[in-house]
Design a protein around this ligand. Structure first.
Ligand code: SF4
Length: 119
C-alpha cells in the first residue's frame, strides 16, 4: 500500500509516494524528502507553537514552542499541559518553560522575552 504526501521540508513541495510495506519513498528530490516521507508513515511529528499564561508581565500570555517535533498522537496531551501552567516574568527568549514535556525528550521553550513590570 502506498501513501501519497507532499513534502513540507522546503518550498519545492515534491509529491511523495511512500511504499509502506517496503519502506521506500519515491518522488523525492533529496534525502530530506525520503526521511520526511518515512517519518510521516512510521512516526509523524510536529512542532507545537502555542502560548502559556504569564504573570507579572505587560502581556497575559507568553508565546512558546516545542524545540523540535513531538509525535502527532501526543498533540492533545501536550496542549493540555501547556494550557494548565502559568509562568512568572521575567522570561528570556529560549528559556525552558517545561523540560522533557510528557517524557518526549523535547523541551517547551519561550519564543520571546518578557520583562517583569510593576503592577
Ligand atoms: S524532497 Fe527535498 S527538494 Fe523535494 S520538497 Fe522535500 S526537501 Fe524539498
Amino acid at each position: 500500500m502506498n501513501k501519497e504526501l507532499i513534502c513540507i521540508c522546503c518550498p519545492m513541495g515534491c509529491h511523495l509516494s511512500v511504499d509502506i510495506e517496503n519502506k521506500k519513498v519515491n518522488g523525492n528530490t533529496c534525502k530530506r524528502g525520503e526521511v520526511y516521507g518515512l517519518n510521516e508513515v512510521i512516526n509523524p511529528v510536529r512542532v507545537i507553537t502555542s502560548t502559556v499564561k504569564i504573570k507579572g508581565a505587560a502581556f497575559t500570555v507568553l508565546p512558546v514552542k516545542t524545540k523540535s517535533g513531538i509525535p502527532k498522537k501526543l498533540n492533545f496531551e501536550v496542549m493540555k499541559v501547556i494550557n494548565s501552567i502559568t509562568v512568572k516574568a521575567p522570561i528570556k527568549c529560549g528559556d525552558i518553560i517545561i523540560k522533557n514535556i510528557l517524557n518526549t525528550g523535547i523541551d517547551l521553550v519561550a519564543t520571546r522575552s518578557m520583562e517583569k513590570v510593576n503592577s
